[in-house]
Write a protein that binds this ligand. Structure first.
Ligand SMILES: [Zn+2]
Ligand SMILES: [Zn+2]
Length: 368
């Protein structure tokens, strides 16, 4: 048992601003040693992502208290029994959906999310159902098998992918959620061909990662769409060929064969559908509230031969896809570090959640 420092969500649905209501408390937590098939990781960097905010604001209902953080990377300090393929001293990317490797969903090569992994995530446990976090004898739940807003984490080896030492911690952390989700949607589902246009609706960390990954393709034109002018300027700086507000995109008749929705809002999905060209694919990766609904013209789907595809974790197989992203990063075609808008200490996690909710930051990174 070691004592770690982590950001624990004490209650759901606190009022804004979080800098005043402080739903997250940075406290000491007891961390049990890794069990069979598990790793102890010293966390180096963790990104603040919308899926953390969705637990804070109650859009994704999870048990509390929960140690948040699901986009993280660190150094393996110890391994439990039966761990192969990763050893102490290696840097690992932590991914937010463990893959059991044995269920029917895992047999789809990433197209469907692992069933036991999803069940464990919903219950706030590690893949085998265990809980390694406690505080004064009380259970503290795991967030998406990672709980990366902490100095250390115990995770299932199925939640970790080793990366070479030359991948910096910040880049490695972003590979685990933003890049795997947004970039995976481009590589695994969008699959743009030379001459195609990719439109991305919603320019948070995941959307910007989709923009960067699309830009890494030769002869692909990239359109970025967001309500906020600052986000559009940031996309232009990354190299997007054109930017629009949702209203402008619809008014000006923008259409693209590959459209990725990464805002997690039904209005954004509506925009994404509206700008999808005949024969095109609308790919949605955002996570709206569970009661969100959209209206859809079935006739447009049929008469224009279009498809609407949901993609969780970028339909990625992390052990297959993270090395692809590392290669793209190393070649200079995927400058992942440009997604980082600021680095913040763990103590400012509530303020970071405010920034995220305001849409004023692409990716804030907590470093340890
Ligand atoms: Zn995330
Ligand atoms: Zn599985």
């Amino acid at each position: 048992m070691i004592t770690i420092r982590g950001a624990v969500l004490e209650r759901i649905g606190a009022s804004r601003p979080y800098s005043a209501s402080r739903p997250l408390a940075v406290t000491e937590v007891e961390l049990a040693p890794p069990g069979a098939g598990e790793l102890l990781v010293r966390v180096e960097a963790a990104g603040v992502c919308h899926s953390d905010l969705s637990v804070v604001d109650g859009n994704r209902v999870r048990p509390v208290p929960m140690l948040l953080g699901h986009e993280a990377a660190g150094i393996v300090e110890a391994v439990g029994a039966d761990v192969t393929g990763v050893r102490p001293g290696q840097r690992v990317v932590l991914t937010f959906l463990p893959r059991c490797g044995n269920c029917p969903a895992c047999a789809t090569d990433g197209m469907a999310p692992c069933q036991p992994g999803s069940a464990a995530n919903g219950a706030g446990t590690l893949l085998d159902g265990g809980i390694r976090l406690h505080r004064a004898g009380q259970t503290v739940y795991h967030h998406l098998g990672v709980s990366g807003f902490a100095t250390h984490a115990v995770v299932s080896a199925a939640s970790a992918v080793p990366v070479p030492d030359d991948v910096p911690p910040t880049v490695a952390a972003l590979l685990g959620c933003a890049v795997l989700t947004g970039g995976g949607a481009v590589l695994n589902v969008g699959r743009p061909a030379p001459g195609d246009t990719v439109a991305v609706v919603g320019l948070g960390g995941v959307g910007m990662a989709a923009v960067l990954t699309a830009l890494a393709h030769d002869e692909v034109r990239v359109i970025a769409i967001d309500r906020l002018a600052d986000k559009l300027s940031a996309a232009t700086a990354l190299g997007a060929h054109a930017t629009y507000t949702p209203q402008q995109a619809v008014d000006e008749g923008v259409r693209a064969p590959v459209v990725i929705e990464a805002a997690g809002h039904p209005a954004a999905l509506q925009t994404a559908i509206d700008v999808t060209a005949p024969g095109g694919r609308t790919i949605t990766v955002g996570l709206p509230p569970p009661d969100a609904r959209i209206s859809l013209s079935p006739l447009a789907l049929v008469a224009e031969g279009r498809s609407l595809i949901g993609s969780y974790l970028g339909s990625a197989v992390p052990a297959r896809d993270i090395p692809r992203f590392v290669e793209l990063w190393r070649s200079g075609r995927l400058p992942v570090e440009r997604l980082v808008s600021s680095t913040v200490p763990l103590e400012q996690i509530n303020e970071a959640m405010d920034q995220l909710a305001d849409g004023t930051a692409v990716r804030q990174i907590i470093t340890f």
